[in-house]
Write a protein that binds this ligand. Structure first.
Ligand SMILES: [Zn+2]
Length: 124
């Protein structure tokens, strides 16, 4: 987000709670609906069942505030949620690897069809 965006939203920031589990107040939903002219932020179609989405998802460190909210249609919201969860899993996988949490390989050898036993080449 650029600086200009931030100044537009700054005086509204207090309207959404810091607590992630708190519902978005109706007045904020109305403002966001108007801001996006009732159109989905991704596919631009007119939104029927309005979805209020965190641009940067909460599970990926996004904030529960108006400047981090956008209007989406249901299919786009579902797609985005899937992508957010996938991103979170990927970040966790990489983090686990970096701090050495990845489990060691449990299968250290295998048998070929001809009966010869092969040792696993590398540790993971
Ligand atoms: Zn859409």
């Amino acid at each position: 987000m650029d600086i200009k965006d931030d100044t537009i939203y700054r005086n509204r920031e207090h309207d959404v709670s810091e607590h992630h589990d708190q519902a978005i107040p109706p007045r904020v939903k109305l403002r966001i609906f108007d801001l996006f002219n009732g159109q989905c932020a991704i596919c631009s179609s007119l939104v029927v069942a309005a979805q209020y989405d965190h641009v940067r998802s909460l599970c990926n460190g996004g904030q529960h505030r108006e400047s981090n909210l956008q209007l989406l249609c249901l299919p786009c919201h579902q797609d985005k949620t899937r992508a957010d969860v996938a991103e979170k899993s990927k970040v966790n996988r990489i983090k686990a690897k970096h701090i050495g949490l990845k489990k060691p390989r449990t299968m250290t050898r295998c048998r070929r069809f001809d009966g010869t036993i092969v040792e696993a080449k590398r540790e993971r």
